[in-house]
Design a protein around this ligand. Structure first.
Ligand SMILES: Nc1nc2c(c(=O)[nH]1)N=C([C@H](O)[C@H](O)COP(=O)(O)OP(=O)(O)OP(=O)(O)O)CN2
Length: 166
C-alpha cells in the first residue's frame, strides 16, 4: 500500500471579503457590530486524476472566489442562533436582527443570511466548505479525501474546518 498523499492549497490576495458581523460568546455576551477583512484559503486532499492533479487549482480558485464575492461588502447574519433572531421583511426589503433589547435593521440586499448558529470564523469556514462541496467537489469525477477551509478573521487569527469526503 502506498503512503504517498497529495494535497492542493489555494490562497490568493484577492480571496478576501470585507464583511460585518456580531457574535455572542460566553452565553449572553453580544458583540457590537463590527467588520473584518476575512481571508480564505482552501485545501483539498485525494488521489491524482488523469492530469496528475488532486484538483485543478484554477477551478478551486474560481469557485472560492465566487463565494468570496457573494460575501464581500455584506452584513453576515445567522439563522440558527438560539438568541439572535433574524427576520426578513420582503415587502420592505429589510432584515431585522434582535438580541434581548437590541435591534438592528439592514437593507435586505446588503445581507447574507447564513444557516449557522453563530457567525464565528469556524462556522463561516464550515459554510464555505459545504458550499464548495456542493458547487465543485460533488461534480468531480475522481475520489477526493477531504476539503479544508481556513478563514482568517484578523491578522494571525485563523479558524479551520475540515470535511471528510469519504
Ligand atoms: N475561535 C474564535 N475566537 C473568536 C472569534 C471566532 O470567530 N473564533 N471571534 C471573536 C470576535 O468576533 C472578535 O470580534 C474578534 O475580533 P478581533 O478584531 O480579533 O478582536 P479584538 O478585540 O482583539 O480586536 P482588535 O481590533 O485586534 O483590538 C473573538 N474570538
Amino acid at each position: 500500500m502506498s503512503d504517498t498523499s497529495y494535497r492542493v492549497r489555494v490562497t490568493k490576495d484577492h480571496l478576501v471579503f470585507s464583511a460585518a458581523h456580531f457574535i455572542t460568546f460566553n452565553g449572553n455576551i453580544c458583540e457590537r457590530l463590527h467588520g473584518h477583512n476575512w481571508r480564505v484559503a482552501v485545501e483539498v486532499t485525494g488521489g491524482l486524476d488523469e492530469n496528475r492533479y488532486v484538483f485543478d487549482f484554477i477551478a478551486l480558485r474560481d469557485a472560492t472566489q465566487a463565494i468570496v464575492n457573494e460575501l464581500d461588502h455584506r452584513m453576515l447574519l445567522p439563522t440558527g442562533h438560539p438568541t439572535i433572531s433574524v427576520t426578513v421583511d420582503d415587502e420592505r426589503e429589510e432584515v431585522e436582527a434582535r438580541f434581548e433589547t437590541r435591534r438592528w435593521v439592514f437593507p435586505k440586499e446588503d445581507c447574507i443570511i447564513l444557516p449557522v448558529p453563530n457567525t464565528t470564523a469556524e462556522e463561516i469556514a464550515h459554510w464555505i466548505a459545504t458550499r464548495l462541496v456542493d458547487d465543485v467537489i460533488k461534480k468531480h469525477r475522481h475520489e477526493l479525501k477531504s476539503i479544508r477551509v481556513d478563514v482568517e478573521e484578523n491578522f494571525g487569527q485563523w479558524a479551520q474546518c475540515e470535511l471528510s469526503l469519504d
